[in-house]
Design a protein around this ligand. Structure first.
Ligand code: SF4
Ligand code: F3S
Length: 104
């Protein structure tokens, strides 16, 4: 599966939702997550994210993101249409450790 990681937080560009063939993105206030049980591993969303926040969970160190994507995709509403990114999305792109600072 692919998972959404730290740099999505407060960037939330949403280009990813437009390309997913199985509509498996879910929307929180500050980020999106993927439902790992629905993702078919096509990889199409990975290059679409301007924040490079989508990664295959086979990469090292992504266990906590797999957990977070699994947990919140069960709680948050499905999103299939791109909305407006936060006004300061560009400024937030690349800020480190957003999970600790900004996640809600
Ligand atoms: Fe959707 Fe494919 Fe991305 Fe999985 S890898 S979230 S199926 S676009
Ligand atoms: Fe987030 Fe990138 Fe999608 S910033 S909302 S994972 S396009």
């Amino acid at each position: 599966t692919y998972v959404v990681t730290d740099n999505c937080i407060r960037c939330k560009f949403m280009d990813c939702v437009e390309v997913c063939p199985v509509d498996c993105f879910y929307e929180g206030e500050n980020m999106l997550v993927i439902n790992p049980n629905e993702c078919i591993d096509c990889g199409v969303c990975e290059p679409e994210c301007p924040a490079e926040a989508i990664l295959p969970d086979t990469e090292n160190g992504l266990e906590k993101w797999l957990e977070l994507n699994t947990k919140f995709s069960a709680e948050w509403p499905n999103i299939t249409v791109k909305g407006e990114a936060p006004a300061d999305a560009e400024a937030m792109n690349g800020v480190e450790n957003k999970l600790e600072q900004f996640f809600s």
